[in-house]
Design a protein around this ligand. Sequence first.
Ligand code: SF4
Length: 282
Amino acid sequence: MPRGVVPRQPAKTGRQDRAMSLRPPKKIVRATPGRAGRGVASILGAGNVESKRTMRPRKGYNPLAREREILKRLDQLYPGATCALKHRNAWELLVATILSAQSTDVGVNKVTPVIFAKYPTVQDFAALNPEQLEPDIHTTGFFRNKSKWVVGAAKKIVSDFGGEVPSEINQLLTLPGVARKTANVVLGTWFGKNEGIVVDTHVQRISRRLELTPNEDPKKIEQDLMQVIPREKWTRFAHQVIWHGRKLCMARSPQCAECLLENICHAADKTWSTVEIHKNAK
Ligand code: SF4
């Protein structure tokens, strides 16, 4: 077990906590910000009892050691994790990501080869009325809105960006149907740019279980994650967590007994645990 993990684990007996409470009060020192910004203890919020306890100065304590351990174990579990949406270029990835809202990647991967065979270029999509695309994407759900977004995005890419999907986040965010999550997928996966962290339902759930954020709002979660995950790992981290959410850390009945992160995870909804449960970690 690497050093830096064990000190963050509460004693199973509770004796350690009791012993700490009997010591004379010490001056509280905030967790020292590391190269990526704040430590996780400081983003957990002043009202969180656990965060106050973990913020006590400890000999040899490194506020980012746990985050590094999480990243290391995700690398072990999912070394080649990447986007599961089939695509051959930035436009196809953009369309697939728009269609993936409230749908599964498997479902989207059945639809996209058909529509890209029918309409091979962004110009072909720009020439459509949204109603013409609706039958082809019907199975992905919310097809009326998605048709408007895809055709609208194609028209804007042709009229404003010379037919090329822009590689700047501010430009991507001007396209219909493109919010930060979609923009981050395209920038990270196709353009290799770490401009943000994709926060989908898996990243949202698992980041809370692993106490990387106390927030529920995806925008706030992304900001919290950007503080504790090194920038060069933002895209890979999101892909790995998404795979973890599909394979082991499902919303219902996570497979904790098989999880490599088990002894550093204190999630309240674990199905099996060797460590103390934190009621807010869910
Ligand atoms: S131990 Fe369970 S809840 Fe924690 S990350 Fe693993 S599967 Fe998810």
